[in-house]
Design a protein around this ligand. Sequence first.
Ligand SMILES: [Zn+2]
Length: 422
Amino acid sequence: MFYIFGFILLTLAWQVSVCYRLRRGSLYKVAGQRMYIVSAVAVVCMLVYTVLPYTQIDKTAVGITCFWAVMVGAFCLLWAALITANIFSQAVYCNNWMDFRNGNLLAIMILPWGLIEIEKNMNKAKNGCLSIAEKVDIMFAEQTAKWPLAAQNYAALSDVKLRPIDMGGFTVYVQNNPGRRISTTAKIDKATISARKCFLCEENRPAEQKLIPWRNYDILVNPYPIFDPHLTIPCKDHKPQQIAEHFADMLALAVELPDWAVFYNGPKCGASAPDHFHFQAVKCERIPLIADYERLPLSEANGVKRIDNYLREILCIEGKEIADIEQRFGQLLQLMHKDSDEDYEPMMNLVCQYINGGWRLFVIPRAMYRPWQYSAEGDENIMISPGTIEMCGIMIAPRQEDYDRLSAEDVRSIYKQVSFSL
Ligand SMILES: [Zn+2]
């Protein structure tokens, strides 16, 4: 009996100390306070159970008190374990334990095991061993909890509607996302760009926006998301959107973010800040193009794969050597170059994924930015402004009416105009 109590008390003390250290470095203060209270109650109950039999109080009363003390103590222990699980899973996996998603709950409920896990992860964090992807998860949990703009816009995403449009053999989706209106209707002419403050420069960003530094970039939570989660990754320097000198970084970033698709909007085909170099990233499973690529028939020429009958040109370079991918991408650039590209690179969108030890680089050549429907008057007007996400199979419609009426014919027409076939 003595050993059991010793074990429980030691575990509790350990739990409290873990909690104390988590509190110092994280946001979970409220959970930490609750944890202190239940741990204290559990300790008191155990003490009552231990001490009461040695007192002169009536033995029946002692029995009843002991019974309840054990019940309350056990309940408190369980509760404390759940709270620890909550803090742990939020801090480390950014999941809510209510989701039962990470499957670690059972492990954590067996207290010492759970505590060992927490200790391991805290040491990792302390030694700076958290990967970029793990840091990104933690930043998301923090920003969507504490930054009202991000919290509101990510919460609103759960109401965003997604309608499939059957294109015969594959599906294109239309998403009704009013929050994207600013981006969809962004003016990117030189006069407008030079008249506004650059929203990607650090000095003009909202004070609440946190960053994870990586090479010469800042990894940020995109406060106007298309998907949950959605990252914007601007260069630290204010310099134009041109991929050439950043291409190797795109490949390296895809390695750092394994389940993410890192993408690039060319300055004249989707980037709403063409004056400030940036990537974006969303989770791979959100991108219909990636699922289609794995499922649909492909043809291959000169080491470049192509999805057949896909209504828009999608080329894919696969490889395990950076130099090899750079060389094949360079060859594609030459083919895409048009006389009108004097000051700029060829119009294109890029999507990069790192999978099974190799890269997949999707190159999406573009003929124009916006289809004629964008500037049409009256009923023919469609407010859709194709960037990478649209080319990947999700049409973002900020207006409800476009969401309601966009047809397969419209999608075909839009792709036909904005895609460039090699
Ligand atoms: Zn800037």
